[in-house]
Design a protein around this ligand. Structure first.
Ligand SMILES: NC(=O)c1ccc[n+]([C@@H]2O[C@H](COP(=O)([O-])OP(=O)(O)OC[C@H]3O[C@@H](n4cnc5c(N)ncnc54)[C@H](OP(=O)(O)O)[C@@H]3O)[C@@H](O)[C@H]2O)c1
Length: 247
């Protein structure tokens, strides 16, 4: 019997730390991102996919899931799906963003459309499995607090939180399945580096984020990944809730 973790955005930051932590726990890990990390492991499969291409999910991710969840491979002891990949998009007020809307559409695809399409497929493929199944969605404080110049990011993270609540309701009869949001708090990863590079004109509160880094107030991704694994093991959370990794 195998434990399986499917992690989006496993090449960097929190996602990479999650890949490492689940491998250390004996899981078979499928990491989905555009680039690969240097990590090589016999239980790690890297699946190259651009989540901005939400229209390709139905073919590419469908094929991946058919392969992972075929009758021959359905003997899993535990299955975890972690939607971790996300982007801030352009850090600018909406009216000032690039007129071709490319970055805006990509941000919505990566942060919300693709996770929803992946969930639809995951739920169909694993419906008959009686092992524990957890779907974790890495959310953000920005899901509930508006930030100037982060319209697409805040809106998609809020959408993720509502998707979690709705899916928890729809799937309440499946006692083996839990679907939750995870608020990780601020993390020392590339996303923060991008925020710190924003101009005061586009992002008036950039100084607050420069201070967080200067004062060593950004959390270590490995510590957060291990915390999430521990929470999963303790299994005291409810489907539909938002788990906070830093309080
Ligand atoms: N950093 C923070 O302070 C913070 C705070 C609250 C919430 N969060 C949330 O925590 C999660 C992880 O954040 P992080 O800071 O670790 O981010 P990060 O360092 O920027 O890493 C993002 C990951 O997502 C992947 N990704 C981005 N665009 C993608 C695409 N189009 N297709 C496939 N994969 C894509 C990246 O891989 P490739 O580039 O290889 O594709 C990378 O592995 C995100 O959901 C974020 O919203 C972060």
């Amino acid at each position: 019997m195998k434990k399986l973790a499917i992690i989006t955005g496993g090449s960097k930051g929190l996602g990479k730390a999650l890949v490492e932590s689940y491998l250390a726990e004996g899981y078979y890990v499928v990491s989905i991102s555009r680039s690969n990390s240097a990590l090589v492991h016999e239980r790690l499969t890297h699946f190259t996919f651009d989540l901005a291409q939400h229209y390709a999910v139905r073919i590419t991710i469908e094929a991946l899931f058919r392969n992972l969840f075929s009758p021959q491979t359905s003997q899993y002891e535990f299955i975890t799906l972690i939607h971790n990949a996300a982007t801030l998009g352009e850090i600018k007020p909406l009216r000032l963003q690039a007129a071709n809307d490319e970055s805006l559409v990509e941000t919505i695809s990566i942060n919300l459309t693709s996770p929803m399409l992946i969930n639809a497929r995951f739920l169909r493929h694993t419906a008959a499995f009686s092992c524990p199944k957890n779907i974790f969605h890495i959310s953000s404080g920005a899901a509930t607090k508006p930030y100037y110049a982060w319209t697409a990011y805040c809106s998609t993270k809020a959408g993720i939180e509502m998707m979690v609540k709705t899916l928890a309701l729809e799937n309440a009869k499946d006692k083996n399945l839990k679907i939750v949001s995870v608020n990780p708090g601020v993390i020392d990863a590339d996303m923060q580096a991008k925020i710190r590079k924003a101009s005061v004109k586009d992002f008036p509160i950039v100084a607050r984020f420069l201070e967080l880094k200067k004062n060593h107030e950004l959390a270590n991704p490995t510590i957060l990944a291990k915390k999430l694994l521990l929470i999963e093991k303790e299994n005291a959370f409810q489907s539909g809730e938002t788990i906070r990794l830093q309080s």
